[in-house]
Ligand binder design. Structure first.
Ligand code: KG4
Ligand code: ZN
Length: 338
């Protein structure tokens, strides 16, 4: 089955062609660099950019794959969670393509797509597993019993991890998105120099919190300004360590409480080397097999949407033309009756 995947939930306009949820024929990600000017994603600008970028992005994905629209069996598109205006561009585009070509289309849950992206890279991704999806908009810990059968164990009660990272990067005078820049700055810093509060709530629960940590960094930076280069790197490294420790603590706790033998860490923040390494060590100590997609598949892309869409289509599902986009995961799960 040849599926065109379309992703427009935030500030990346992405499209990919994937065969049988296994083989990537093309993947195009048009990142909207305009948001760098504002130090964060401006939702209205993101929607307008998606409108400009979606046709060339999809055309390039088809051309790179060496296929024509007629060769595609179905279209998969992110239906949520995400920025509502951004989601609507991709969703309406996919509906229009479906209507014009008579091919089925399927709305896909963005978190589900992140968690199953690695299917194009490994044959070993097989539920049940504990999934941690950590990005600019989400920090969700799920128990995946089977494809489509999820228990939301916990999520952030305030900022998403990536959002906190982006805000701290701004405090340190770094550009947007902050994650890669924090990672580079941290590499020259001492992660044990400053003990920031660990970004977590009750030890026993699965929910997380990152705004207290972000505020602690803000107060520290205000107090110590002007920061010399060494202290700046130490702040970045100490902050990165606090985020990574909190995420890995919660991942380990979830694996233990679910007696999981497999875990997946995905989403843009999973590009972070310190997180990848700490999760690998923690899972190895617990005897849990860890799957982390390659970096291109961690940040938003069309491949993951095509993969999750293919799995849904194989179950006989397709979406009606009156499907709506959902900005939150809770709303999405409610609509899906979970
Ligand atoms: O999944 P994603 O591409 O988009 C959303 O769904 O939000 O994630 C983007 C987030 C941003 O907050 C970005 O700063 C963060 O992922 N990120 C990183 C790294 N690369 C991207 N965070 C930490 N370290 C990185 N290397
Ligand atoms: Zn994402």
């Amino acid at each position: 089955m040849l599926v065109l995947g379309i992703e427009t939930s935030c500030d990346d306009t992405a499209a990919a062609v994937v065969s049988d949820a296994r083989q990537v024929l093309s993947s195009v990600v048009s990142s909207q660099s305009i948001h760098k000017l504002y130090g964060g994603v401006v939702p209205e600008i993101a929607s307008r950019q998606h409108i400009r970028l979606i046709v060339p992005t999809v055309r390039t994905a088809l051309a790179d794959a060496g296929v024509r629209l007629e060769d595609i069996d179905a279209i998969a598109v992110t239906k949520g969670p995400g920025l509502i205006g951004s989601l609507l561009v991709g969703l309406c585009f996919a509906k229009a393509m479906s209507f014009a070509t008579g091919k089925p289309y399927i709305g896909v849950n963005h978190i589900e797509a992140h968690l199953f992206a690695a299917l194009v890279e490994t044959n070993e991704l097989e539920p049940p597993f504990v999934g941690l999806c950590v990005s600019g908009g989400h920090t969700e810990l799920m128990y995946v019993r089977a494809f489509g059968d999820y228990e939301l164990l916990g999520s952030t009660v305030d900022d998403a991890a990536g959002e906190a990272i982006d805000k701290v990067a701004k405090m340190l005078g770094l550009g947007f998105p902050g994650g890669p820049e924090i990672e580079t700055l941290s590499s020259g810093g001492d992660p044990s120099r400053i003990t920031f509060p660990k970004a977590r709530l009750k030890r026993k629960g699965h929910d997380m919190s990152f705004s207290g940590l972000k505020t602690a960094v803000k107060y520290f930076v205000e107090k110590e300004t002007p920061l010399d280069e060494k202290l700046r790197a130490d702040v970045a490294a100490s902050f990165e360590k606090a985020v990574v420790d909190a995420l890995v603590d919660k991942l380990s706790h979830a694996c233990r409480s679910k007696e999981a033998t497999q875990a997946v860490v995905a989403g843009g923040v999973a590009c972070n080397s310190a997180l990848r390494e700490a999760a690998r060590r923690a899972c190895a100590a617990l005897g849990v097999k860890l799957i982390v997609p390659s970096r291109e598949l961690c940040s938003d892309n069309g491949v993951m949407v095509a993969v999750a869409g293919t799995l849904r289509l194989r179950q006989g599902e397709s979406s009606p033309l009156d499907l709506t986009a959902s900005s939150t995961l809770e709303e999405l799960l409610e609509i899906e009756g979970r």
